[in-house]
Design a protein around this ligand. Structure first.
Ligand SMILES: C[S@@+](CC[C@H](N)C(=O)[O-])C[C@H]1O[C@@H](n2cnc3c(N)ncnc32)[C@H](O)[C@@H]1O
Length: 322
């Protein structure tokens, strides 16, 4: 299992870039960027290298944690998956690239794509400080769909927190191109909101129709059994560094990132286990856990008197397979 916290090399690279930068200036810029995201405005406010750095310090730890959690889930289902190449679409500061590099020592070639000059410049500065990523990274600047269409296919393709920045038509078109460029597995991660879940479900449906199979989180390739207003999402806790707290104007030493994701593969995985869809309810008489199973949603109830089962169920966490 890969740790959800930023690797030491990346933390050091970010801290080196932060030297001499006013934390209150960075906090102000990060607040404007977050506000724009909340209003659905995307990355358009990230214009300068300082904006890019403020964004990375404020958001990279959380998006990194969400990508790592998704990669851990897919590796649990496909422990033999050892990709040699990665295509990171809408790479921004290189978050998913760093996460995939930590998760898969097998990766030898990393291609990143993004339209934002400032984020690309920052990403290259950060990867330059990594012994591994310095030698193997190529980062294309431009529209994701155009560049992805010309990129070489990769074993693993990731789009993390990207598709929420695209309109419906562009999202569908990019989905098809990303799948075309996926030799083995495509991972898409979104914010864990009802809208993020809806985008994941639309992409999942589209690609299953094109022959994809779900690796995680779903234990089946059928329609999602959840009924609105319910939606599928997960939560990953991550530690906050001092700089992270300063730039977010927050005191708590950790935060919980809510995310939705889907990992789709060209290969079918048999016997996918059920998944815990919410933190189980541990009561005096029983544990109740909401599970997504190959046969639909089930609320599993494990009575205290079934000692061994109860002890096992006590260890279940939201997002686990059981
Ligand atoms: C929220 S950031 C996420 C960055 C990174 N993947 C992460 O998880 O931290 C979204 C990124 O998508 C990029 N992006 C949005 N639309 C794009 C497009 N049409 N072509 C290329 N990049 C795009 C933005 O420039 C930005 O870097």
């Amino acid at each position: 299992m890969t740790s959800p916290d930023l690797p030491a090399e990346l933390r050091a690279a970010l801290n080196a870039r932060l030297e001499g930068l006013s934390r209150s200036d960075a906090a102000g810029r990060a607040a404007i960027i977050s506000q724009t995201y909340r209003e659905g405005g995307g990355s358009s406010t990230i214009k300068t290298e300082t904006d890019a750095l403020a964004y990375a310090v404020a958001r990279m730890p959380a998006t990194y944690a969400a990508v790592v959690a998704s990669l851990n889930a897919l590796s649990e289902i496909r422990p033999d998956f050892a990709p040699a190449s990665l295509l990171d679409v809408g790479a921004g500061p290189g978050t998913a690239t760093w996460a995939a590099a930590e998760a898969f020592s097998s990766l030898q070639a990393f291609t990143l794509l993004d339209a934002n000059v400032a984020l690309r410049t920052l990403a290259l500065d950060l990867t330059r400080r990594s012994d591994r990523l310095r030698r193997i990274t190529s980062y294309e600047l431009g529209q994701a769909r155009t560049y992805a269409a010309h990129a070489e296919a990769a074993d693993l393709v990731i789009a993390s927190y990207l598709i929420n920045e695209l309109n419906d038509a562009e999202r569908d078109a990019l989905t098809d191109v990303m799948w075309e460029k996926t030799r083995d597995t495509l991972l898409v991660v979104e914010p864990g909101t009802p809208a993020g879940y809806a985008r994941i479900i639309a992409l999942r449906t589209r690609l299953i129709a094109a022959g994809a199979h779900v690796i995680a989180p779903c234990p089946h390739d059928g329609a999602c059994p959840l009924v609105a207003p319910d939606w599928c999402h997960f939560s990953q806790r991550l530690q906050r560094s001092r700089a992270h707290k300063q730039v977010k104007g927050a005191d708590a030493p950790f935060e919980d990132e809510r995310f939705a994701y889907v990992a789709l593969s060209r290969a079918r995985v048999e016997d996918r286990p059920a998944r815990v869809l919410a933190q189980p309810d541990v009561g005096k008489v029983e544990i109740a856990a909401k599970l997504c199973t190959p046969d639909g949603i089930v609320v599993a109830k494990v009575p205290r008197r079934a000692k061994a089962d109860y002890a096992r169920a006590r260890r279940w966490r939201w997002g686990d397979t059981v």
